[in-house]
Ligand binder design. Structure first.
Ligand code: NAP
Length: 160
C-alpha cells in the first residue's frame, strides 16, 4: 500500500487558519477529487469538523477520521484512534490518502512514499503549517498556472 499525503500550501507552508483554509481555489479542489476518488482518505478530527456538513463524508471514498476520543462518532465516518489503526482500516487499498491537517501530516509523514503539494502563490496569515519534508525526496514540479480567480498555483509531486 502506498501512503500518500496531499495538501495545498500558501507562502511559509501555511495550510490553515481558524479551522479552515484561508483561500478558495476550485481548480485545486478538482485536483484533490481526481487524485483521491476511489481511495480511502484519512483525516484528523479537526479537518473532518472543517468540512461543511453537506460535503461529508467525501463521496466515493471511505472516510477514516482519527481521534483520541473514545466516544467520538459521526455519520459516514469510520473512526480510528491512531494513524496505524487508520491505515489498517484502509484495508488492501493500493493508495491511502492522508488529507490533513497538520497533526495528521506530521504523524503520517514517516510512513509516506508520496506527497502531492499544491503551491499557492499567496502570502496569507494562518495558524497551521505543513510539515517540512526533509531530505530523500525527488520533486516533480508542474508549471505555474493561473486560476479563474487570478490566483497562481502549481502542483508538485514528491516521491521516495
Ligand atoms: P487535524 O490534524 O485535522 O486534527 C487534529 C485532531 O486529530 C486532534 O485534535 C485529535 O483529535 C486527532 N489526532 C491527531 N493526532 C492523533 C493521534 N496520533 N492519535 C489519535 N488522534 C489524533 O488538525 P490540525 O493540525 O489543527 O489541522 C486542521 C487545519 O488544517 C484546519 O485549518 C484545516 O482547514 C487545515 N487543513 C488544510 C488543508 C490544506 O490542504 N490546505 C488540508 C487539511 C486541513 P481529537 O481532538 O478528537 O482527539
Amino acid at each position: 500500500m502506498s501512503v500518500a499525503l496531499i495538501w495545498a500550501e500558501a507562502h511559509d507552508r501555511i495550510i490553515g487558519a481558524d479551522g479552515g483554509i484561508p483561500w478558495r481555489l476550485p481548480e485545486d479542489m478538482r485536483h484533490f477529487r481526481a487524485q483521491t476518488s476511489g481511495s480511502p482518505v484519512v483525516m484528523g478530527r479537526r479537518t473532518w469538523d472543517s468540512l461543511p456538513e453537506r460535503f461529508r463524508p467525501l463521496p466515493g471514498r471511505t472516510n477514516i477520521v482519527v481521534t483520541r476520543r473514545a466516544d467520538w462518532a459521526a455519520p459516514g465516518a469510520e473512526v480510528a484512534h491512531s494513524v496505524e489503526d487508520a491505515l489498517a482500516a484502509a484495508g488492501d487499498a493500493d493508495t491511502v490518502w492522508v488529507m490533513g491537517g497538520a497533526q495528521l501530516y506530521t504523524a503520517a509523514l514517516p510512513l509516506a512514499d508520496r506527497v502531492e503539494v499544491t503551491e499557492v502563490d499567496l502570502a496569507v496569515d494562518g495558524d497551521t503549517r505543513a510539515p517540512q519534508l526533509g531530505d530523500g525526496w525527488t520533486a516533480e514540479h508542474g508549471e505555474w498556472l493561473t486560476s479563474a480567480d487570478g490566483l497562481r498555483y502549481r502542483f508538485v509531486r514528491y516521491l521516495r
